[in-house]
Design a protein around this ligand. Structure first.
Ligand code: PMV
Length: 302
């Protein structure tokens, strides 16, 4: 049996601005999706969502897309694919990317196809685009390579020594709709929104410098400023604001939306001694909270 895992991700800064070619910084997190593949008489895909038999699977479009990618490269035989994930689906944490990346890697191992990480990331991005209609390459890229990465270049940055708390609001949102709503706002107020994007870009450049210095206080402050700008373009919510303010008053370095917003998740950078307190304080405001850390590794065989 082949076992592979791939991580989810958070945005330390720069979401929405990256859509306009600006910089952003993402980090892979220690919340992973695990995929195992073994020979079988028929195609079976199994996870907490249920069992699907046959190929292509309607229940598991990302996995079906991953199988097709490998089918294009070599002759394959039926397999049983078992998936388990620590990443809640549709939470802005890159769960679909991690499933796709891990499945491509596991199947390539199973059928003896050598794939460079660049190829895994490219194929996984194609699968996401096919399933969703459009997708940025961020989630699949970060899940494949892991660590802290500056976008769009993919430059590796130092990993800060900090706890990461993730607060999932329980509200699922559509990235496509939120990106479209920001675009409409920009059409109405181009100068203002371009200015906001420019400032978010300068935040990303500063966060990169502060990461090199290990200056977590400044990174937290810059994340807070980034949150204010995300609020200004209409992608925050009352619930997100409550979580963000509670986390900050409980001792976080910084707290902001991660991903598209409109629900989804909040990322909180916290000194390890305050993590427990922050977790307890924000719990009543969220659907789920996770104490995690930045994972330096991307997709890997287990
Ligand atoms: O919510 P997520 O994790 O899909 O992130 C969306 C990030 C955006 O910048 C809003 C869109 C994008 O494609 O980069």
């Amino acid at each position: 049996m082949i076992r592979v895992s791939a991580p989810g991700k958070v945005y330390l800064c720069g979401e929405h601005a990256v859509v306009y070619g600006k910089h952003g910084i993402c980090a892979s997190i220690s919340m992973r999706t695990r995929v195992s593949v073994e020979s079988s008489d028929e195609f079976i895909i199994e996870s907490f969502s249920g069992v699907s038999r046959g190929h292509p699977s309607k229940l598991y479009p990302y996995v079906a897309g991953a199988i097709k990618k490998i089918e294009n490269l070599c002759e394959i035989t039926p397999v049983k694919i078992t998936i388990s994930s620590e990443i809640p689906p549709a939470s802005g944490l890159g769960s679909s990317a991690s499933v796709t990346v891990a499945t491509i890697k596991a199947l390539s191992k199973m059928f003896g196809v050598e794939l460079e990480k660049e190829e895994i990331a490219r194929m996984a991005h194609e699968v996401e685009k096919e399933v969703q209609g459009s997708a940025s390459r961020t989630d699949t890229y970060v899940s494949t390579f892991g660590g802290v990465l500056m976008l769009p270049e993919g430059e590796k940055l130092p990993v800060p020594n900090t706890s990461i708390i993730i607060a999932f609001t329980g509200v699922t949102s559509s990235t496509k709709e939120l990106v479209a709503s920001v675009r409409r706002l920009r059409e109405r107020h181009p100068k203002v929104i371009d200015g906001v994007m420019e400032v978010i870009d300068s935040i990303a450049i500063l966060v990169k410098e502060r990461l090199k210095e290990g200056d977590l206080l400044s990174i937290g402050e810059l994340m807070n400023i980034n949150q204010g700008l995300l609020d200004s373009i209409g992608v925050s919510t009352e619930q997100i604001s409550s979580i963000v303010y509670r986390a900050r008053s409980s001792g976080a370095y910084g707290a902001k939306i991660t991903g598209a917003g409109g629900g989804g998740s909040v990322v909180i950078l916290s000194p390890s001694e305050n993590s427990e307190k922050i977790l307890n304080e924000i719990k009543p405001l969220c659907k789920e909270v996770f104490l995690t850390s930045i994972d330096t590794q991307g997709v890997r065989e287990e």
